[in-house]
Design a protein around this ligand. Structure first.
Ligand SMILES: CSC[C@H]1O[C@H](OP(=O)(O)O)[C@H](O)[C@@H]1O
Length: 367
C-alpha cells in the first residue's frame, strides 16, 4: 500500500528467480528498511524473528523460501529439507502449511531441473492471489460498513476497533481487516479506527498505526485494556480483526487478546467481524480451543520493549524486574458463538460449518 506516496507490497522479487526483498517489520514504525532474502534459511529466519509476520504473509514468504531453496539445490532431499525447515518456523498460522503443501504438491512430480522456475511461479501466484483475495474482502467488508453507517443514529464517523495488525503489512497487500477500512476511507465514508496497541509486540501501535497514518485514515491508539470501556460507552460501532487459523466450525485463532475483545463486544451488543481469507480456513480442525496449536514466544518480548529515544536512537529497555517469570502466549481462540460474521473473499457468512463448507467446497475438498 501507500508509503510516502509510493506503492509497496510487503515482499517482492526484482528479477526472475531472483532474491526476495521484504519490508523489515521489526524496524517499524521508526525506520522503514528492507531485507534481502537469498536462501532458505534467510526466509525461515525472517518468519521466526517476525521480520515478516501475519498469516498470509507468512504463507507467501514460505512459498518464496521453497523457491530460494530450489534455486540452490532441487533434488528430493533438498525439497524435503526445505519443507521441514519452513513448516516448523511458526505453528499457529495455517497459511504456512497451506502454502508449503501447495508448492510441494507442484514440485514433487517435476524433475529437479524444472523445480526452481516452478517454485518461483507458484510463489508469485500465491502472492498475487493474496492481493486479489484481500481486495475482495475489502469490497465485501465495505458493504458491511456502509450498512452500519446507514443504520447509525446521527451518522458518522463509524468507529471500528481492531486488534493487532491485520493490515497490508500482515499480507502481501491491502490487509484483511483493514481492506474494508481502506476502501471505506477511499470511498469517502467517515471512518475512525481504534487501534489496540497489542502487547507484547505492539503490532497495533507499531504497525497498524503506521500504515493507517500513511494512508490518511483517522485512528487512535489505545492500550489493550481500553476496548471494553469504549464499547460500554457506545464508542465502538464494530470490531474487525484478522485471523491466523479459522476452523471448519468458525472458531477463530488470532492474536492474544482477541477473545477478550469478542467477549466485551458480545456483552455490549457490538458486532464482531473476522476478515477471513480462505487460505486461513483449516477444514481439518473442528474444535479450535482444543486443536489449534498456540505459539508461545520468548519471554524477552514481554520483559523488554524497544522505542526511539529523544536523540533518535532506537533503544531496548527492560520493563519487568530481573528474574520475574513471564508467559508469552501469542494467540488465543475466539469461539464461533462470539463471531457476528466472517468477511471472506466470497462474501459475508455466519461462523458455521455448513456456511463455510457451502462457500468453499473447493477448499474443503483439498483437506
Ligand atoms: C491477516 S493475518 C494477521 C494476524 O497475524 C498476526 O499475528 P503475528 O503478528 O504474530 O503474525 C495477528 O494474529 C493478526 O491478526
Amino acid at each position: 500500500m501507500n508509503v510516502d506516496g509510493q506503492h509497496y507490497r510487503t515482499l517482492w522479487t526484482e528479477a526472475h528467480a531472483g532474491d526476495v526483498t521484504a519490508i523489515d517489520q521489526t524496524r517499524l514504525p521508526h525506520r522503514f528498511e528492507t531485507v534481502t532474502l537469498r536462501t532458505l534459511e534467510d526466509a525461515a529466519q525472517a518468519i521466526e524473528t517476525m521480520v515478516v509476520r501475519g498469516a498470509p504473509l507468512i504463507g507467501a514468504t514460505a512459498a518464496y523460501g521453497m523457491a530460494l531453496a530450489m534455486r540452490d539445490q532441487a533434488d528430493d532431499a533438498a525439497l524435503r529439507t526445505a519443507y521441514d525447515r519452513l513448516i516448523r518456523t511458526r505453528p499457529t498460522a495455517v497459511n504456512l502449511r497451506w502454502a508449503l503443501d501447495e508448492v510441494r504438491g507442484i514440485l514433487a512430480d517435476l524433475p529437479p531441473s524444472a523445480r526452481c522456475d516452478a517454485a518461483y511461479a507458484a510463489a508469485a501466484e500465491i502472492a498475487d492471489e493474496d492481493v486479489a483475495i484481500n481486495a475482495a474482502i475489502g469490497r465485501h467488508g465495505l458493504a458491511v460498513l456502509e450498512d452500519l453507517l446507514r443504520a447509525k443514529p446521527g451518522g458518522g464517523p463509524l468507529n471500528i476497533l481492531t486488534h493487532c495488525n491485520a493490515g497490508w503489512l500482515a499480507t502481501v497487500d491491502w490487509g484483511t481487516a483493514t481492506a474494508p477500512i481502506y476502501m471505506a476511507h477511499d470511498a469517502g465514508l467517515p471512518v475512525h479506527v481504534w487501534v489496540d496497541e497489542t502487547r507484547p509486540r505492539n503490532q497495533g501501535a507499531f504497525l497498524t498505526a503506521w500504515e493507517l497514518g500513511h494512508h490518511g485514515v483517522p485512528h487512535t491508539v489505545v492500550p489493550d485494556n481500553t476496548g471494553g470501556h469504549l464499547m460500554q460507552h457506545g464508542q465502538v460501532d464494530a470490531v474487525i480483526v484478522g485471523t491466523d487459523r479459522t476452523t471448519a466450525t468458525g472458531d477463530v485463532a488470532n492474536k492474544i487478546g482477541t477473545y477478550l475483545k469478542a467477549l466485551a463486544a458480545r456483552d455490549n451488543g457490538v458486532p464482531f467481524y473476522v476478515a477471513l481469507p480462505s487460505p486461513t480456513i483449516d477444514f481439518s480442525v473442528g474444535d479450535g480451543l482444543r486443536e489449534i496449536p498456540i505459539e508461545q514466544r520468548h519471554g524477552f518480548e514481554v520483559t523488554h520493549i524497544s522505542g526511539r529515544a529523544e536523540d533518535g536512537r532506537i533503544e531496548t529497555v527492560r520493563i519487568v524486574p530481573d528474574g520475574t517469570p513471564v508467559a508469552n502466549y501469542a494467540f488465543d481462540v475466539t469461539p464461533a458463538r462470539l463471531v457476528t460474521g466472517l468477511i471472506t473473499e466470497r462474501g459475508l457468512v455466519p461462523a458455521k460449518r455448513d456456511s463455510l463448507a457451502a462457500l468453499f467446497p473447493d477448499r474443503l475438498e483439498k483437506n
